[in-house]
Design a protein around this ligand. Structure first.
Ligand code: ADP
Length: 374
């Protein structure tokens, strides 16, 4: 900590969402100077930073100008100009992740090709340049189509049930994946320092609402036999090592009904599935990122409590009232931690906040039901 206090370094974060906001919370405790770039002056991270630049992280010149004032640069979303990250590194800035890692991950086709080339288990796939090309191919239905770029939180992903669905399939570069019979969805976050030392967080299990296809909640540790969890950790750390990523990487995986573990996708930044590490791990994912940025030793990723985390998504009309009631109820409940991001833009399904519940496994679901009762 002395290092950061004696020679303050300026951390630049490209993107000012909730992940940047929680990274800033951790950075403040180390006395780091922080600078945020976002298109939106009302972005969640803005009130947490002294220096804010309004601008587009996808624009090369904007990122270069922003980076010039920083010692070390990181991201809160993949929607960043990867070539600018490479140019900043060439100009002597420390950059997490590198432009090369980001470019591989930004395009789902390149990401899957990377996994396949390194023999990291992943669903079988084929890459197509356009819908016209897709229509000429012989496909096995049902299958899943994913846009190469511009998808997130399930946008840009479509299940194709039969050839009839090809007319409404996405156009542009995409991949077609076999449809997996998913038993569980799990994520592992790995934090890697410059010297290659790393820590991995315990696997988290994501539980989806089957009707709305969005995350209902996630629990940690995942309710899965220990040898399988060890295997998931092994797969995640090998993916991180093969990528050569420095900083954080979240590896999302499917546990199939036939007992396989397949990597679905990766994100080289703090991740939604790591929110619980603030209250339920020895060192949060955000603090470990800050430690890497400031060249400080990594902290332990050990789980300190079992936890359940739910996103507060908004608003389907009356949800604001529902959240207000939920947050009020949470105040009287032990082990319930509310995070509200202060977003001004309340589009449907946006993540407006999250709640982490810590405690014994049997109590977590009871607390969750008590909180979400309407
Ligand atoms: P995004 O990057 O938009 O989050 P994902 O690749 O994570 O997209 O897909 C979103 C969700 O769609 C996954 O969490 C999973 O539930 C489902 N899904 C994705 N790929 C497959 C697949 N090959 N088979 C079955 N379901 C899938």
């Amino acid at each position: 900590m002395g290092l950061a206090l004696n020679s303050p370094q300026t951390i630049g974060i490209l993107g000012g969402g909730q992940l940047a906001r929680m990274t800033l919370e951790a950075a403040m405790r180390f006395g780091a100077h922080c600078h945020v770039l976002d298109k939106n002056a009302d972005a969640p991270a803005v009130p947490y930073t002294r220096y804010f630049t309004q601008g587009d992280a996808l624009d090369f010149d904007t990122v270069m100008r922003f980076g010039a004032a920083c010692d070390v640069v990181t991201i809160d979303s993949e929607h960043v100009n990867a070539a600018a990250l490479t140019a900043l590194a060439e100009a002597g800035k420390r950059v997490y992740p590198s432009g090369a890692v980001l470019a591989t991950i930004q395009n789902k086709c390149r990401q899957k090709e990377f996994l396949a080339a390194r023999h990291i288990p992943t669903a079988k796939f084929r890459v197509f340049a356009s819908r016209a090309e897709l229509k000429q191919a012989k496909l096995d239905f049902p299958c899943v189509q994913k846009m190469a770029t511009a998808g997130y939180d399930g946008y840009g992903v479509k299940v194709l049930q039969s050839a009839a669905d090809l007319d409404t399939a996405f156009d542009g570069e995409s991949l077609i994946e076999e449809k997996i019979d998913i038993a569980k969805e799990v994520a592992v976050i790995v934090a890697t320092a410059d010297d290659g030392k790393f820590v991995a967080y315990e696997p988290v299990e994501m539980v989806f609402d089957p009707q709305r296809n969005i995350l209902s909640y996630q629990i940690c540790p995942a309710d899965i036999a220990r040898p399988l969890l060890n295997r998931a950790e092994f797969i995640a750390t090998s993916a991180a090592r093969h990528l050569g990523v420095r900083g954080l990487i979240a590896v999302e995986m499917f546990f199939t009904r036939s007992g396989e573990i397949l990597v679905n996708e990766m994100a080289p930044r703090p991740h939604n599935s790591g929110h619980h590490t603030i209250e339920a791990a020895a060192t949060s994912q955000y603090e470990n990122l800050v430690r890497i940025l400031l060249n400080l030793p990594l902290g332990s990723a050990e789980t300190t409590s079992q936890s359940l985390m739910m996103n507060l998504l908004g608003p389907e009309a009356a949800r604001e009232k529902e959240f207000a009631a939920m947050i009020a109820r949470a105040q009287g409940m032990p082990g319930v931690h509310v995070h509200w991001y202060g977003k001004k833009d309340l589009r449907p399904f946006r993540k407006l906040g999250h709640i982490t519940i810590t405690g014994e496994r049997a109590e977590l679901l009871k607390q969750y039901s008590a909180l979400t009762k309407t």
